[in-house]
Design a protein around this ligand. Structure first.
Ligand SMILES: *Cc1c(COP(=O)(O)O)cnc(C)c1O
Length: 213
């Protein structure tokens, strides 16, 4: 299977209005260009260095999503380069993003990363602290929180976990804590479950690239 046919297959299964973020971590600029030539403009990277380097070399109309854990000391490198930072998960990070973007006169569109799995080692704020966290983020004027991002644990049926994320999303929306309606959940192996639970942004890597090798 080629990148082109993988993309066609995936696109045919998406609900209308769903954004497909093509996760290009581990993949080359040539592979990214293959997807680009099929009309994809949203790409996700998990490392700052990789994103910055690829952004320099590739077309300027690509929308770069940062989806990996972001260290505060790397924030200075992403100012003005990201379309959406999907992994805002702690106050110190929000503070640093706010400071750096404010200095540059820019606003950082971002998502709150929620760890809905109960696994301690995973990044993300806990479901219990999501409201409090979102309230604090409102104070940061250069941060624009457009929704939430989450990941389900690897299992046969992640529906329960995705529903938990959907409920948090609805709760934050109702409380007026989100400046957008992005619910980013679903990866190669579980995005069909995520879509049924209300996801409107899926982040897919291996199903596009790996199976094309
Ligand atoms: C790697 C990654 C993905 C994509 O995973 P695939 O299984 O390759 O589709 C999505 N979201 C995040 C946060 C990731 O790190």
């Amino acid at each position: 299977m080629s990148i082109k046919s993988n993309l066609e297959n995936i696109k045919s299964t998406l609900n209308e209005g769903t954004t497909l973020v093509c996760v290009s971590k581990y993949h080359t600029e040539e592979e990214i260009m293959e997807a680009y030539n099929e009309g994809i403009r949203d790409f996700g990277e998990n490392k700052v260095q990789d994103m910055v380097k690829k952004a320099e070399n590739l077309p300027k109309d690509i929308r770069w999503h940062l989806i990996g854990h972001l260290q505060t000391n790397k924030v200075k490198y992403i100012v003005g380069k990201t379309h959406l930072v999907q992994s805002v998960d702690r106050i110190e990070l929000a503070e640093e993003i706010n400071k750096r973007f404010e200095k540059a006169g820019l606003i950082c569109d971002c998502l709150i990363q929620i760890n809905s799995t109960g696994i301690d080692s995973r990044f993300g704020c806990t479901p219990e602290t999501a409201v409090e966290f979102a309230e604090k983020l409102k104070e940061f004027k250069s941060l624009n929180v457009k929704g939430i991002m989450g990941m389900a644990p690897i299992c046969d049926d992640p529906t329960e976990n995705f529903m938990l994320l959907k409920n948090i999303f609805d709760d934050l929306t109702e409380k007026g804590l989100l400046n957008g309606q992005i619910l980013s959940m679903g990866m190669s192996d579980d995005y069909t479950f995520a879509l049924k639970c209300g996801s409107n942004m899926v982040r897919i890597g291996s199903k596009i690239f790996k199976e094309a090798e």
